[in-house]
Design a protein around this ligand. Structure first.
Ligand SMILES: [Zn+2]
Ligand SMILES: [Zn+2]
Length: 273
């Protein structure tokens, strides 16, 4: 179920006033309805308004949410039953700068397509749907704790100019608002535009990404911080951001991504855990 407050704004489900006039909020909805017809932006069949992130219930149900069991450190989902250790082999091999990473859904099919459309086709309404997915999973785990800031993974300034917006920032903003925690976009800076890292070993990726970020300003920080990204793949990118936050003084850093890439969309067999 989407969280209503994730989408924000007043409830405009009943736009009509008793006198039959439309209020200002209702007019905004009417105008919005002309620009973005209230049908699902994915299947274009079922109705889906702004309060549902413009994605209908059927399409929403087609997204695979990540649930337990998963690695207690990096959140990669396991299939089957876990007996004993809850940490995956990769997390046991090396240490991350972040303390915990989690993602809301598996990076496949519809979820991945929506992320691509947000990023490369600049279709902003996917941000509403994706941040809704993020908050549906993240808020129950994050509310009730004390957080100092939410840091979206920064883009390099050249890439930011090309894309015109940072998708991680767009996903992080509603989460920060819902938690009542500042959105910190000028705490960490991307030093260099990294090229594809797919051919590199895990250790080389981590080393590269630790060199790719630097503090954007010097004041010391403390307490617990949240990093937000669109897709969590190896964990190396968010590790680079977390390393900067830890160097600045953060005591605890958790990562939240909308989607988690798994090997060919498969869950990790429990026996490898
Ligand atoms: Zn649909
Ligand atoms: Zn792990």
């Amino acid at each position: 179920m989407m969280l209503e407050r994730s989408i924000g704004g007043p409830d405009r489900k009943s736009p009509g006033r008793p006198d039959g006039e439309l209020g200002p909020g209702a007019w905004a909805e009417v105008i919005l309805g002309l620009v973005y017809p209230p049908v699902c932006v994915v299947c274009r069949l079922e109705r889906a308004g702004r309060h549902h992130g413009y994605v209908c219930d059927t399409c929403q149900n087609g997204v695979r949410r990540i649930t337990e069991p998963c690695c207690q450190r990096c959140g990669i989902p396991f299939s089957g039953t876990i007996i004993g250790s809850h940490t995956c082999a990769a997390c046991r091999r090396g240490s991350w700068a972040w303390d915990e990473a989690r993602a809301a859904v598996i990076a496949e099919g519809l979820a991945l397509e929506c992320i691509h459309r947000l990023k490369y086709q600049k279709e902003p309404w996917y941000g509403t749907f994706l941040s809704g997915l993020l908050m549906e999973s993240a808020l129950p785990r994050l509310l009730g704790h004390s957080w100092q800031g939410v840091v979206p993974v920064p883009l390099h300034r050249v890439k930011l100019r090309e894309r015109e917006f940072n998708q991680a920032e767009r996903l992080a903003a509603p989460l920060a608002r819902a938690l009542g925690v500042p959105l910190e976009t000028d705490r960490v800076r991307r030093r260099e535009a990294t090229s594809s890292q797919t051919s590199l070993s895990r250790e080389d990726r981590i080393r590269n990404m630790r060199a790719a970020f630097e503090p954007a300003r010097s004041p010391r920080i403390h307490g617990s911080w949240i990093i937000v990204d669109d897709v969590l793949t190896t964990g190396a990118t968010t590790d680079g951001v977390a390393a900067v936050l830890k160097d600045l003084g953060a005591e605890r850093v958790v990562v939240w991504a909308v989607a988690r890439a798994t090997l060919e969309g498969d869950l990790l067999p429990a026996r490898q855990a």
